[in-house]
Design a protein around this ligand. Structure first.
Ligand code: GLP
Length: 221
């Protein structure tokens, strides 16, 4: 289930080429998108493709609560900088999770492709350890571990928001195709445990083992 890449650049190029191919094959693609440091290389490669994004619908996985959309560390800002400002995606087709997301996705037929990162504690989006595999899109409290990990983007731990809105595990699992990307030696143990170990609520990503169309890409450096 885990595909190993020689390095981060090769993995990023490959994931970008898959997204580009999906958009070419289906100009109306409903595409789920991650933030964090891992997908930056994918976005860098993806914006080099000459693609028509005008009918693509994007669905971000999560967003902090309590900082405005224009905050430098908001996921809105991240997405503008890394993707949205570079392609002809329509503003009204950009989605971030809110209480209406699950109903909306049900009406339109779910996500066609979802790219995911993973946290050191096995979280996906902001579904922290203990999250129910059938959880809906919802407001969540971040764990201390995630706050510490994400403080590298903020001035200090205190400045990291304590709450967020996340796509639920049920919503994620309903995507037709999922690709989880991870890089760095420090992520190997969690990736290996999630996909070669037991399925457990303690490692939220492990529930994806049961998904019929999941690929896991890992690059050690
Ligand atoms: C954050 C995000 C996740 C992301 C994870 C890993 O907390 N909410 O969606 O996958 O951290 O981030 P990174 O790629 O920076 O290690």
């Amino acid at each position: 289930m885990i595909t190993l890449f020689e390095n981060y650049n090769q993995m990023s190029e490959y994931v970008a080429s898959i997204v580009a191919e999906e958009i070419t094959n289906n100009p109306n693609l409903r595409l789920g998108l991650p933030t964090g440091s891992t997908p930056i290389g994918m976005y860098k490669n993806l914006i080099q493709f000459d693609l028509d994004w005008s009918n693509v619908k994007t669905y971000n996985l999560d967003e902090y609560e309590g900082i405005g959309e224009n905050h430098p560390q908001s996921y809105h800002t991240f997405m503008n900088k890394n993707l949205f400002l570079h392609v002809n995606l329509k503003k009204e087709f950009i989605h971030f999770p809110d209480k209406n997301l699950d109903t909306h996705l049900k009406q339109v037929g779910g996500l066609d492709l979802l790219i995911l990162g993973i946290g050191h504690n096995g979280h996906i989006a902001f579904n922290e350890p203990g999250s129910s595999p059938t959880s809906a899109t919802r407001r969540v409290k971040l764990t201390k571990e995630t706050i510490i990990a994400n403080s590298r983007f903020f001035g200090s731990e205190d400045e990291v928001p304590k709450w967020a809105f996340t796509m639920g595990l049920k919503t994620i699992r309903e995507s037709k195709r999922i690709i989880l990307i991870a890089n760095g030696q420090d992520k190997w143990d969690i990736v290996n445990n999630c996909f070669n170990g037991d399925v457990t609520k303690d490692r939220p990503a492990s529930v994806l083992q049961m998904h019929p169309n999941i690929e896991v890409f890992y690059a050690p450096q």
